[in-house]
Design a protein around this ligand. Structure first.
Ligand SMILES: [Fe+2]
Length: 198
C-alpha cells in the first residue's frame, strides 16, 4: 500500500509537470489514464477482500437482518480503513464502531431469544461471550503491535461473523415468533453504554 501511494504521488507530479508541455501534448492524458486504471484495479481488489451480504444469510427476522447487514458494512469499513491506513486514529475509530455495534447486536439478539424462551439461549450467549473474550485478547495484541494485530483482527471478525450468521444464528429462527422489541420500552432501549470499546 505504501509503494502504491508513492507511485500515485509520482504519477500525479508527472501529470502536473507534463501539463507544462501544453494541454494538447498526449503525455499528461496518458498518465491520467494510467492513474484511472490503477484506481479501478485497486478498487476491484479491495472489494474482493470484503464481506458480501447474500440473501442466503438472511434470517427473515427484520431486526436481526438489519443488525447483521450493519455489521457486514462496519467490518468492510474497518477493512477499508486498514487498507488505506490514512491514520491510526481512523483505524481505531472504525474498529471501535465494529466492537460497539457487535455488543449492541448481541444484546438485542439475546433479548429476542429470551423473550421467545429459546431453549438454546445459554449456549448462544456463551458463544457471544467467547467472541468478546477473544476480541479482548486481540485488542491486547493491538495495543502492543497494531500493524500485526490489525490483520489478525480483520480475519477473525470476517470469519467469525460469517460462520456465526450461517451457523448458530440459523438455529433460533424457528423459535423466534416474537420478532420485535418495540412493545417493551426497556428492551427497545439501546444498550450502547454496555458496549464500551475493549
Ligand atoms: Fe448470535
Amino acid at each position: 500500500m505504501f509503494l502504491l501511494s508513492i507511485l500515485i504521488m509520482a504519477l500525479l507530479i508527472i501529470v502536473i509537470l507534463s501539463f507544462m508541455l501544453g494541454f494538447s501534448h498526449p503525455l499528461p492524458w496518458i498518465v491520467i489514464s494510467v492513474l484511472a486504471t490503477i484506481g479501478i484495479i485497486h478498487d476491484k481488489l479491495l472489494k474482493r477482500k470484503q464481506l458480501i451480504w447474500q440473501d442466503s444469510m438472511a434470517t427473515g427476522i427484520a431486526l436481526i437482518d438489519h443488525d447483521h447487514k450493519r455489521l457486514v458494512m462496519l467490518i468492510n469499513m474497518f477493512q477499508e480503513a486498514t487498507e488505506f491506513n490514512i491514520s491510526a486514529r481512523k483505524v481505531q475509530l472504525a474498529l471501535d464502531e465494529v466492537i460497539q455495534y457487535t455488543k449492541y447486536h448481541f444484546n438485542r439478539e439475546e433479548q429476542l431469544m429470551a423473550l421467545n424462551q429459546y431453549p438454546g439461549l445459554k449456549d448462544h450467549q456463551l458463544q457471544h461471550q467467547q467472541m468478546i473474550q477473544e476480541m479482548e485478547l486481540y485488542m491486547q495484541e493491538y495495543r502492543s503491535d497494531p500493524d500485526v494485530a490489525i490483520e489478525h483482527i480483520l480475519q477473525f471478525l470476517q470469519s467469525w461473523l460469517m460462520d456465526h450468521i450461517k451457523g448458530n444464528d440459523r438455529q433460533y429462527i424457528p423459535y423466534l415468533t416474537i420478532t420485535s422489541l418495540d412493545n417493551d420500552a426497556e428492551l427497545h432501549k439501546p444498550r450502547i453504554d454496555d458496549a464500551k470499546p475493549l
